[in-house]
Ligand binder design. Sequence first.
Ligand SMILES: Cc1cc2nc3c(=O)[nH]c(=O)nc-3n(C[C@H](O)[C@H](O)[C@H](O)COP(=O)(O)OP(=O)(O)OC[C@H]3O[C@@H](n4cnc5c(N)ncnc54)[C@H](O)[C@@H]3O)c2cc1C
Length: 553
Amino acid sequence: MNRQKNWERLRQEKFDICIIGAGASGAGAALDAVLRGYSVALIDRSDFAGETSSRSTKLIHGGVRYLEQAIKKLDLAQLRQVRHGLAERRTVIRNAPHLAHPLAILTPVFSWFEGMYMTVGLTLYDFIAGHDAFPKGSWLNRAQALEKSPKLTPQMHSAVLYYDGQFNDARYALALAHSADEAGAAVANYAAVTDFSREKGQLKTATVKDQLTGETVTIRASVFLNCTGPYADSIRLLANPELSPRIRPSKGVHIVLPRETLQSDYAILIPKTTDGRVVFAIPFGDKVFVGTTDNDYSDLAKEPVLESDEVDYLLETVRPYLAKAPVRADVQSGFGGIRPLIVSSRADTKTLLRDHEIEQDEESGLLSLLGGKWTTYRLMAQDAIDRVGEVLKKKTVPGRTETHYLIGGEGYRFEDWETLHRQYNLPAEVCQQLMKTYGSRAGQVAELTVSQPELAQKLTDQQPYIRAEVIYQVREEMAVTLRDVLARRWRLELADWQLTTQITPQVADLMAAELNWSDAYRQEQVQNYHRLLTSFAKQAGLPAERSTIAVAN
Ligand SMILES: Cc1cc2nc3c(=O)[nH]c(=O)nc-3n(C[C@H](O)[C@H](O)[C@H](O)COP(=O)(O)OP(=O)(O)OC[C@H]3O[C@@H](n4cnc5c(N)ncnc54)[C@H](O)[C@@H]3O)c2cc1C
């Protein structure tokens, strides 16, 4: 992906569709549209998945809790959502097997009755999923459960096992955007829509500001598709100030604990919290993510960071399920996102459906893809582009994303790490990490170490990241800020604020050389990022050593 080249295309071409927002919804829609033969522009004011789509629980699921609600309320629409989610699990994994895989999840229960209740529910869940590649669940006695997850509390009666999907959300969105770019879309990050021009009320152009240089371009398109998730109302109102808001933003956070908290590849589902929700504790790399919460959120200009009382709530929630309860000092980082729930008359956001809707504003012609969840991004994109097709009245081939491999997905075999190991003489753990991150493109990263052997060096002993990756991410994956590399192309910022701070100066050196940063600019980037991470630790109320990270830069 070449940002400069794409920026020039945005200036010069007229597009069938300009998609605003490159999270799950927008990046998914761009790939769907370009594969049908439309000319497509995809822009985001931040990075790809710079907002909610990099901060999810990272589950590809039908939703066990939604199934319970669907049955209790005899809600067929909710049941359909569960079915769609379950059906999509296999497609999400099939198309990018390096970024998504089945995850075993244990639900510890404290009585026979509770175990029976969960077993019936999860058997139904498996039944709705039908015959897919996912293993089926079972009811385990206490000894069996402890064998799989030794840190669970011995106080439990038993545990119910089931399977869902887990994925690397930010890299999945990046793979969608990258795949759309390779198929011919003009894709650019840090490109914010600031205004529209109209002819007879209908949108004709969008004014787009380069967030890095301040330069503006005017994008011409036949249709503008708003995929800005929780921020959708700002684009809707920019297009037509008469519209009423439709989004009810809801904040959800996670805390991050060391892997030893579970010491297992099995996740835990906590079926009922004090406020009637579910919480997951999920192994992710060498950490455990615990979340999430669900609270109304109004200040959309502010990043939804983890706050001190949310740390208490999540620690309190996992405590009864573990033999040794984690404490505040164990928390290594955290992250928060905003759900793009669609407004309903109901009072409580927990009862809002994570369903999606495609809204067409007759006055301005703006189409908006509202709501939804990561799991069903592909169906949402397909629906949105079907609607765009009706507006454009341009005949194309039907959507083809169901069987389209994403970048790195085609020809992926994890075992190929051994070939990399032999061919490039890189450590085994490095090659395995390259395969899981770049899929069948891992060889392109390794190849960089041939002409510049110093790029084979790791950035830290604690993680298998090598210098060549930063170069690849800048050249091929449009990384332009430190956070692009450390939070999204790698997931280190989510997992460990201290280690992120430690390796930031080295990442900055590599990026500065590639992107021609001046010394002053490089230093400013490092300092701003350190300040940001320090403020995260402070707001989460973490112990002093996590918030006063003094590193020479
Ligand atoms: C805590 C939490 C956990 C979740 N867990 C799961 C889960 O496990 N599984 C699941 O299926 N779903 C989950 N979800 C839901 C899922 O993450 C979201 O539904 C999905 O990521 C929304 O994607 P989106 O593209 O609509 O929005 P976003 O990812 O927020 O993307 C919108 C984009 O629009 C851009 N934008 C905004 N304004 C402009 C502008 N003026 N110009 C250009 N670009 C602009 C933003 O920069 C942003 O990148 C979770 C959500 C939360 C909050």
